[in-house]
Design a protein around this ligand. Structure first.
Ligand SMILES: Nc1ncnc2c1ncn2[C@@H]1O[C@H](COP(=O)(O)OP(=O)(O)OP(=O)(O)O)[C@@H](O)[C@H]1O
Length: 252
Protein backbone atom coordinates (compact mmCIF):
# COMPACT_ATOMS: atom_id res chain seq x y z
CA UNK A 1 0.00 0.00 0.00
CA UNK A 2 1.30 3.49 -0.87
CA UNK A 3 1.03 5.66 2.21
CA UNK A 4 2.21 8.75 0.28
CA UNK A 5 1.77 9.59 -3.40
CA UNK A 6 3.30 12.68 -4.97
CA UNK A 7 2.02 13.34 -8.47
CA UNK A 8 3.54 15.91 -10.88
CA UNK A 9 4.48 18.21 -8.00
CA UNK A 10 5.85 21.63 -8.98
CA UNK A 11 6.58 24.26 -6.32
CA UNK A 12 7.75 27.80 -7.04
CA UNK A 13 8.76 30.63 -4.72
CA UNK A 14 8.01 33.76 -6.78
CA UNK A 15 10.10 33.06 -9.87
CA UNK A 16 12.37 30.35 -8.33
CA UNK A 17 11.29 26.81 -9.21
CA UNK A 18 12.23 24.71 -6.17
CA UNK A 19 10.59 21.44 -7.33
CA UNK A 20 9.91 20.57 -10.94
CA UNK A 21 7.42 17.80 -11.77
CA UNK A 22 8.25 15.41 -8.92
CA UNK A 23 6.64 11.97 -8.82
CA UNK A 24 7.20 9.64 -5.90
CA UNK A 25 5.34 6.78 -4.26
CA UNK A 26 6.21 5.81 -0.69
CA UNK A 27 5.07 2.46 0.65
CA UNK A 28 3.79 1.94 4.20
CA UNK A 29 6.78 0.81 6.30
CA UNK A 30 9.40 2.18 3.90
CA UNK A 31 12.61 3.87 5.12
CA UNK A 32 13.29 6.54 2.49
CA UNK A 33 16.40 8.74 2.35
CA UNK A 34 16.25 12.00 0.41
CA UNK A 35 19.64 13.31 -0.71
CA UNK A 36 20.73 16.19 -2.92
CA UNK A 37 22.81 19.36 -2.93
CA UNK A 38 22.09 22.53 -0.93
CA UNK A 39 19.12 24.33 -2.41
CA UNK A 40 18.05 21.16 -4.25
CA UNK A 41 14.53 21.33 -2.82
CA UNK A 42 14.68 18.72 -0.02
CA UNK A 43 13.13 20.92 2.65
CA UNK A 44 10.53 22.12 0.14
CA UNK A 45 9.60 18.50 -0.57
CA UNK A 46 9.27 17.74 3.17
CA UNK A 47 7.15 20.85 3.70
CA UNK A 48 4.94 19.82 0.77
CA UNK A 49 4.45 16.37 2.33
CA UNK A 50 3.50 18.07 5.60
CA UNK A 51 0.95 20.24 3.80
CA UNK A 52 2.80 23.42 4.81
CA UNK A 53 3.28 24.47 1.18
CA UNK A 54 0.60 24.51 -1.49
CA UNK A 55 1.75 23.07 -4.83
CA UNK A 56 1.68 25.29 -7.91
CA UNK A 57 0.99 22.18 -9.96
CA UNK A 58 0.28 18.57 -8.94
CA UNK A 59 -0.74 16.99 -5.65
CA UNK A 60 0.42 15.22 -2.51
CA UNK A 61 -1.82 12.41 -1.25
CA UNK A 62 -1.37 11.09 2.30
CA UNK A 63 -3.25 7.82 2.80
CA UNK A 64 -3.33 8.00 6.59
CA UNK A 65 -5.47 10.03 8.97
CA UNK A 66 -2.95 10.57 11.77
CA UNK A 67 -0.74 13.66 12.03
CA UNK A 68 2.74 13.25 10.56
CA UNK A 69 5.59 13.29 13.10
CA UNK A 70 8.00 16.03 12.03
CA UNK A 71 11.51 16.57 13.37
CA UNK A 72 12.75 19.87 11.89
CA UNK A 73 16.36 20.78 11.20
CA UNK A 74 18.06 20.48 14.51
CA UNK A 75 20.32 23.50 13.92
CA UNK A 76 17.22 25.75 13.77
CA UNK A 77 16.23 24.80 17.31
CA UNK A 78 16.97 27.41 19.99
CA UNK A 79 18.92 25.46 22.59
CA UNK A 80 19.12 28.37 25.00
CA UNK A 81 15.34 28.52 25.52
CA UNK A 82 14.70 27.83 29.23
CA UNK A 83 12.51 24.74 29.09
CA UNK A 84 12.93 21.24 30.47
CA UNK A 85 12.93 18.00 28.54
CA UNK A 86 9.53 16.72 29.68
CA UNK A 87 7.88 20.03 28.65
CA UNK A 88 9.48 20.00 25.18
CA UNK A 89 8.07 16.51 24.59
CA UNK A 90 4.61 17.47 25.87
CA UNK A 91 4.58 20.48 23.54
CA UNK A 92 4.34 17.93 20.70
CA UNK A 93 0.76 17.38 21.89
CA UNK A 94 -0.11 20.99 21.11
CA UNK A 95 1.03 20.67 17.47
CA UNK A 96 2.90 23.98 17.60
CA UNK A 97 -0.01 25.93 19.12
CA UNK A 98 1.31 27.23 22.44
CA UNK A 99 -1.56 27.73 24.84
CA UNK A 100 -1.20 29.99 27.86
CA UNK A 101 -1.20 28.03 31.15
CA UNK A 102 -2.18 24.80 29.42
CA UNK A 103 -2.40 21.85 31.83
CA UNK A 104 -1.47 18.48 30.37
CA UNK A 105 -3.49 15.40 31.24
CA UNK A 106 -1.90 12.62 33.26
CA UNK A 107 -2.31 10.30 30.28
CA UNK A 108 -0.13 12.69 28.21
CA UNK A 109 2.53 12.80 30.93
CA UNK A 110 2.48 9.00 31.20
CA UNK A 111 2.84 8.70 27.42
CA UNK A 112 5.80 11.14 27.43
CA UNK A 113 7.46 9.12 30.20
CA UNK A 114 6.93 5.86 28.33
CA UNK A 115 8.58 7.36 25.20
CA UNK A 116 11.48 8.77 27.26
CA UNK A 117 12.08 5.30 28.72
CA UNK A 118 12.05 3.69 25.30
CA UNK A 119 14.52 6.26 23.92
CA UNK A 120 16.81 6.07 26.97
CA UNK A 121 16.30 9.74 27.97
CA UNK A 122 14.07 9.33 31.04
CA UNK A 123 16.96 10.32 33.32
CA UNK A 124 17.02 13.77 31.65
CA UNK A 125 13.28 14.47 32.11
CA UNK A 126 13.76 17.43 34.48
CA UNK A 127 16.90 18.80 32.82
CA UNK A 128 16.98 22.08 30.92
CA UNK A 129 17.53 21.44 27.22
CA UNK A 130 20.57 23.78 27.29
CA UNK A 131 22.26 21.10 29.42
CA UNK A 132 21.93 18.29 26.86
CA UNK A 133 24.40 17.09 24.26
CA UNK A 134 23.43 17.36 20.58
CA UNK A 135 22.58 13.65 20.37
CA UNK A 136 20.46 13.78 23.55
CA UNK A 137 18.58 16.84 22.29
CA UNK A 138 17.90 15.16 18.97
CA UNK A 139 16.32 12.22 20.84
CA UNK A 140 14.14 14.69 22.76
CA UNK A 141 12.97 16.21 19.45
CA UNK A 142 12.20 12.72 18.13
CA UNK A 143 10.26 11.99 21.34
CA UNK A 144 8.28 15.22 20.82
CA UNK A 145 7.26 13.98 17.36
CA UNK A 146 6.40 10.50 18.70
CA UNK A 147 3.91 11.71 21.31
CA UNK A 148 1.21 12.07 18.63
CA UNK A 149 1.71 8.38 17.75
CA UNK A 150 2.35 9.07 14.06
CA UNK A 151 2.45 6.39 11.38
CA UNK A 152 4.76 8.58 9.26
CA UNK A 153 7.90 10.27 10.64
CA UNK A 154 9.72 12.96 8.64
CA UNK A 155 13.17 14.11 9.77
CA UNK A 156 15.19 16.97 8.24
CA UNK A 157 18.92 16.22 8.61
CA UNK A 158 18.61 14.53 12.00
CA UNK A 159 22.33 13.89 12.38
CA UNK A 160 23.83 17.14 11.07
CA UNK A 161 26.58 18.32 13.43
CA UNK A 162 26.51 15.13 15.52
CA UNK A 163 29.63 13.02 16.10
CA UNK A 164 29.98 9.54 14.60
CA UNK A 165 28.71 7.69 17.71
CA UNK A 166 25.64 9.87 18.07
CA UNK A 167 24.89 9.50 14.34
CA UNK A 168 24.96 5.72 14.68
CA UNK A 169 22.73 5.89 17.76
CA UNK A 170 20.16 8.09 16.00
CA UNK A 171 20.09 5.87 12.90
CA UNK A 172 19.77 2.74 15.06
CA UNK A 173 16.84 4.42 16.80
CA UNK A 174 15.22 5.30 13.46
CA UNK A 175 15.72 1.72 12.28
CA UNK A 176 13.89 0.53 15.41
CA UNK A 177 11.06 3.02 14.88
CA UNK A 178 10.88 1.80 11.28
CA UNK A 179 9.62 -1.58 12.61
CA UNK A 180 6.15 -0.04 12.79
CA UNK A 181 6.47 3.36 11.10
CA UNK A 182 7.22 4.83 7.70
CA UNK A 183 10.37 6.96 7.95
CA UNK A 184 11.48 9.72 5.58
CA UNK A 185 14.83 11.33 6.28
CA UNK A 186 16.76 14.08 4.52
CA UNK A 187 20.47 13.54 4.85
CA UNK A 188 23.66 14.94 3.38
CA UNK A 189 25.44 11.81 4.52
CA UNK A 190 25.33 9.40 1.60
CA UNK A 191 27.27 6.95 3.79
CA UNK A 192 24.30 6.17 6.01
CA UNK A 193 22.20 5.14 3.05
CA UNK A 194 24.11 1.94 2.59
CA UNK A 195 23.50 0.61 6.07
CA UNK A 196 20.09 1.86 7.09
CA UNK A 197 17.86 3.06 4.29
CA UNK A 198 15.70 0.91 1.95
CA UNK A 199 15.10 3.47 -0.78
CA UNK A 200 16.80 6.65 -1.96
CA UNK A 201 15.38 9.70 -3.68
CA UNK A 202 18.01 11.96 -5.29
CA UNK A 203 16.66 15.45 -5.65
CA UNK A 204 18.02 18.51 -7.42
CA UNK A 205 14.89 20.45 -8.41
CA UNK A 206 13.95 17.38 -10.47
CA UNK A 207 13.90 13.84 -9.11
CA UNK A 208 17.06 12.26 -10.61
CA UNK A 209 16.62 8.89 -9.04
CA UNK A 210 14.08 7.12 -6.89
CA UNK A 211 14.49 3.49 -6.07
CA UNK A 212 16.54 0.74 -4.50
CA UNK A 213 19.87 2.10 -3.20
CA UNK A 214 21.97 -0.76 -4.55
CA UNK A 215 21.56 0.69 -8.05
CA UNK A 216 22.69 4.16 -7.00
CA UNK A 217 25.73 4.85 -9.19
CA UNK A 218 28.53 7.40 -9.11
CA UNK A 219 27.15 8.79 -12.38
CA UNK A 220 23.68 9.26 -10.88
CA UNK A 221 25.16 11.10 -7.91
CA UNK A 222 27.26 13.29 -10.19
CA UNK A 223 24.14 14.19 -12.18
CA UNK A 224 22.31 15.10 -9.00
CA UNK A 225 25.11 17.10 -7.45
CA UNK A 226 26.22 18.62 -10.77
CA UNK A 227 29.88 18.10 -9.93
CA UNK A 228 32.38 15.25 -9.52
CA UNK A 229 31.55 13.14 -6.49
CA UNK A 230 34.20 11.06 -4.89
CA UNK A 231 33.01 7.80 -3.43
CA UNK A 232 34.38 5.14 -1.20
CA UNK A 233 33.20 1.82 -2.58
CA UNK A 234 31.57 -0.34 0.04
CA UNK A 235 30.80 -3.57 -1.72
CA UNK A 236 29.18 -2.35 -4.94
CA UNK A 237 27.47 0.57 -3.32
CA UNK A 238 28.74 4.16 -3.44
CA UNK A 239 29.54 5.13 0.09
CA UNK A 240 30.31 8.76 0.69
CA UNK A 241 30.38 12.16 -0.94
CA UNK A 242 33.73 13.49 0.22
CA UNK A 243 34.21 16.87 -1.32
CA UNK A 244 32.26 20.09 -1.19
CA UNK A 245 32.16 22.03 -4.45
CA UNK A 246 31.16 25.52 -5.39
CA UNK A 247 28.76 26.22 -8.25
CA UNK A 248 31.49 26.07 -10.90
CA UNK A 249 32.49 22.61 -9.71
CA UNK A 250 35.70 23.86 -8.10
CA UNK A 251 36.66 21.95 -5.02
CA UNK A 252 36.57 24.12 -1.88
N1 LIG B 1 10.68 30.94 1.37
C1 LIG B 1 11.42 30.95 0.25
N2 LIG B 1 11.36 32.01 -0.60
C2 LIG B 1 12.09 32.06 -1.75
N3 LIG B 1 12.90 31.04 -2.14
C3 LIG B 1 13.00 29.97 -1.32
C4 LIG B 1 12.28 29.87 -0.09
N4 LIG B 1 12.58 28.69 0.51
C5 LIG B 1 13.46 28.06 -0.32
N5 LIG B 1 13.70 28.83 -1.41
C6 LIG B 1 14.58 28.47 -2.55
O1 LIG B 1 14.09 27.24 -3.08
C7 LIG B 1 15.17 26.37 -3.43
C8 LIG B 1 15.07 25.06 -2.65
O2 LIG B 1 15.28 25.30 -1.26
P1 LIG B 1 15.19 24.16 -0.16
O3 LIG B 1 15.38 24.83 1.18
O4 LIG B 1 13.97 23.35 -0.35
O5 LIG B 1 16.48 23.27 -0.51
P2 LIG B 1 17.25 22.17 0.37
O6 LIG B 1 17.59 21.06 -0.57
O7 LIG B 1 16.46 21.82 1.57
O8 LIG B 1 18.57 22.96 0.78
P3 LIG B 1 19.59 22.71 2.03
O9 LIG B 1 20.26 21.40 1.79
O10 LIG B 1 20.53 23.87 1.87
O11 LIG B 1 18.77 22.77 3.29
C9 LIG B 1 16.45 27.18 -3.15
O12 LIG B 1 16.85 27.79 -4.36
C10 LIG B 1 16.01 28.20 -2.13
O13 LIG B 1 16.80 29.39 -2.21
Amino acid sequence: MNIIEVNNLTVKYDNVTALDDINIKIKKGEFLGVIGPNGGGKTTLLKSLLGLIKPNIGEVKINDHRPIGYVPQFSNFDRTFPIKVLDVILLGKLEGKIKFLHRFKNTDINKAEEIMHSLGIYKFRNRQISQLSGGQLQKVLIARALIMEPEIMILDEPTASLDANSKTEIYNLLKRLNEDKTIIVVSHDVGVINSYIDTVACLNKKMHYHGDDTKLSKRTLENVYGCPVELIAHGNTPHRVLHVHDEEGEEI
